[in-house]
Write a protein that binds this ligand. Sequence first.
Ligand code: ATR
Length: 279
Amino acid sequence: MKKMFGVIGDPIAHSMSPAMHNDLFELYGIDASYLPFRVIKDDLEDAVKGLKALGTSGFNVTIPHKTKIMPLLDKIDPLAEAIGAVNTVKNENGLFTGYNTDGPGFVKGLEGHAADFKERSALIIGAGGAARGIYLSMAKAGVKRIDIFNRTMEKAEELVKTCPYEVKSRVLNRANAERLLGEYQLIIQTTSIGMVPEVDFSPLSLENLSTKALVSDIIYNPLKTKILKDAAINGAATQNGIDMFVYQGALAFEKWTGIFPDTQRMKENVLRHLGGYTC
Ligand code: ATR
């Protein structure tokens, strides 16, 4: 029987996940379909019950449901529990298990740009939901130093305090982050600064940036944010958010099918949808 997968969120019309996963099902000869479902906040519980009653094999979860869905699932993977968000659900013998592949997807995407990432000193900009997933996944992967700069320092302090993995971390204000910038070989931008309407803004000055650094932005629209342009001008390597998006999808696909898919093909597919090209 044909298997059903999907993504629930609101808004959902512009999600690139259906095109990405349906292409993979076809590529690997898997008889399955992946559909977008707009689910408003008040309908989340009914939607999860419905997906279970219909025997859905798995689904992705996006804004605004990543945290609220957790008590509605049967099991939660420990990393997703620590992050406090689920973006992937798998039906395991009738029980829904929640995973987080966003943070691990970011880490997997790093491997291609900085194979030595575990040895690098990292600075994360931001301390929201996305930063939380990335910080904890990097700490779990064995990165030894991860400092955080966030406008609201208390949020960064909370993140450091609640981390169950061994890692050295300092919480910095903007002035200190800019002053110490040369110490980092990995800088990860997780805020919305750089997206429309803030395309001409960067969360911090890169004056002291090391040319040995990789600057990674999780934004993929636009493909080149202001901070990535500044990084390139300063001679540093750059990575945009396409990798994180593609690898979170690849890890979800692997959980559902046991196949780690062709990420280069996925990237090309996503870029076609965005109508652009990346380095
Ligand atoms: P997400 O799930 O995408 O991470 P979020 O949890 O709302 O979204 O987090 C947004 C992050 O972007 C936070 O780190 C936020 O900083 P605060 O904790 O101080 O709110 C940061 N952010 C958003 N807009 C910002 C702005 N204009 N200036 C500085 N930081 C900003």
